[in-house]
Structure formats: C-alpha cells, structure tokens
Design a protein around this ligand. Structure first.
Ligand SMILES: [Zn+2]
Length: 303
C-alpha cells in the first residue's frame, strides 16, 4: 500500500480536509533508529502533521516542524521538502529513562517553557534572507492540540487535527473551516463545521492507523458531498550530501576542525536523519578550507 495524502473540499460547505497515511516513508524514517515507544508515537504524529501542514499551504520550499525539548527528549525535527519528500529525527538525552506511558509534556516539556517552531524555508533563499518562522508554546496534552493552536494563530482559521502513529504507520486528518464569503451555495450550510468535526471525532485510533485514506474518507463522510483534488504521494528522502557536510565543517572554523583531525586522524560526520557517514581526511580538509575561504568569506572572518 502506497503512502497517500488526500485533499478534498466539502461541496457547498466552507470546510476543507486532508487525510494522510504514511507507511513506507515512516518505516524508512525509523529504519536507522531505535526510539522508545512514546518517542516513536510523538515523532510519527509530528511527521503526519508536517505532511498535512505542507500540503495545506501554497508555498515553494521546505516546511520544518521542530520541538526543542527540555526533558528526556532534546529535539524532534521533521522536514518536508517540495514534492512531499520527508525526513525526520529525534534526539534524546543520553541518560534519558523514558516510561512507556510518558506524555508529551513529560517527554519534552517538564520545565514548561518548551516551544514548537514551524519554519517555511523558501526554495532558492538568498544569503541573509530569513526564512519565515512561527513559534507556539508547547501547551496541551498532544501535538495535535499544539498545532491546532498554531493554525488558529497563524491562519486565523478554525482547524482540527487528529493524529496517530505506531512503529508501522503514521497518519492524520486535518480539517479547516474556510471563510463563509465566496461560497456558491444559495443557503449557507452553517452547521457544516460542527457536523463534519463531530463525524471526524468518531474516528478511533485503530481506524486511523489501519484504514487507507480513501476508505477513511468514505467511512466518515459517506453522506457528504466531497470534491477531491489529485492525491499526493509522500515519500522518504534525505537531502544530506558530502558537499553539505563539508560546508558545515567550514562553518565550524579551521581551528576547531584541525583539533578534531589532530585527535582522531579524520573527521566523520553522521547524518542524524539517515545515518549516512561522510569521512574527511587531512587532504580533504585542506581542500575544503582552500575552496571554502573563497566561496564563503563569512567563515574566514569568524575569529
Ligand atoms: Zn541523510
């Protein structure tokens, strides 16, 4: 079964929706990592949510959903590149002991000041140009509640999210109430939003995890008139490369890199997302800084 993201409008009702189910891409994200079950669930829900958010906006670039935690979980990152190319990773504190029933707040926010950031990074961004970033407090029992809050603030639209994930599947539903004006219906369907929200809330977690998006839409909205858009096909892809790793080393500065080289004889960078390894020896490092000092003057004026 392929990974799918369905987009649809309720005909004659000012509500739009999306349903996503990630199986292959989610399993590829998990393939190189071993997370405790509550972290798997949280990262999966974030991955499904990031796909839904990226498909919901007209934007050419990457969407990055990130939680900087202050508990056992230090960092959760999901990136959605154009054409629904996904990657995600979690970083835990080395000494972290995670209870099987740990909540979002216990995992990432015991201090109460953690934030959730949504960054939109346009394709071909010029140096110095800042990406757009929205930040909301990590308030609520679930990542769905945190993101509903973000959507209300950033888009000024009532939004509901249902998310679920286990070690096999990550899935979710997004509903958004659209402004009434511009509707072609002779009699506006005023109770469409509460009706469609209530229908979606009847969804059980096992249904969300097991049903394909088409079957799920039918199960929930068989009495409604839906207008479907072409479905999207999310997939896993990591855009790390030797070149990017090299640029990262140049930005660290020659002194820092030379000290690693002196200690270990080579510098090795492992990609947090896909575990790819990039090794640089003394000759590589010399070439990197010779080229880097021409291309990236900022790096040579750091000291
Ligand atoms: Zn990678």
């Amino acid at each position: 079964m392929d990974d799918t993201l369905l987009k649809f409008l309720f005909r004659d009702a000012p509500v739009r929706g999306e349903i996503v189910r990630l199986r292959d891409s989610w399993q590829q994200i998990l393939a190189n990592h071993r997370y405790p079950a509550p972290v798997t669930r949280l990262l999966g829900e974030m991955t499904a949510a990031a796909a839904l958010l990226a498909a919901n906006i007209k934007f050419d670039g990457a969407l990055i959903l990130q939680i900087q935690g202050n508990g056992p979980v230090r960092l959760l990152v999901v990136e959605v590149q154009p054409q629904m190319r996904l990657r995600a990773t979690a970083k835990l504190r080395e000494t972290a002991v995670i209870d099987a029933r740990a909540t979002l707040q216990q995992l990432a926010n015991p201090d109460g000041d953690a934030r959730c950031a949504i960054t939109l990074d346009p394709t071909g961004r010029r140096p110095g140009q800042q990406p757009y970033q929205g930040v909301v407090p990590l308030a609520g029992e679930t990542i769905a509640a945190v993101l509903e809050n973000y959507l209300r603030q950033s888009e000024q639209l009532d939004s509901r999210l249902w998310l679920a994930a286990d070690e096999t599947v990550a899935s979710g539903v997004l509903l958004q109430k659209l402004p009434q004006d511009g509707g072609s219906a002779a009699r506006p369907d005023l109770d469409a939003w509460p009706r469609v929200s209530a229908l979606t809330a009847t969804l059980s977690e096992p249904e969300l995890l097991t049903l394909a998006p088409e079957a799920l839409a039918h199960r929930l909205y068989w009495e409604e008139q839906l207008e479907h858009f072409a479905p999207l096909a999310p997939r896993f892809e990591c855009n790390c490369s030797r070149q990017r790793s090299g640029r990262m080393l140049v930005s660290l500065g020659r002194e820092e890199v030379d000290s690693i080289l002196a200690e270990l004889g080579q510098v090795e960078i492992t990609c947090d997302f896909c575990n790819a390894r990039y090794r640089f020896d003394a000759v590589d490092i010399g070439q990197l800084f010779a080229a880097g000092s021409v291309r990236e003057p900022a790096a040579s004026t750091r000291h």
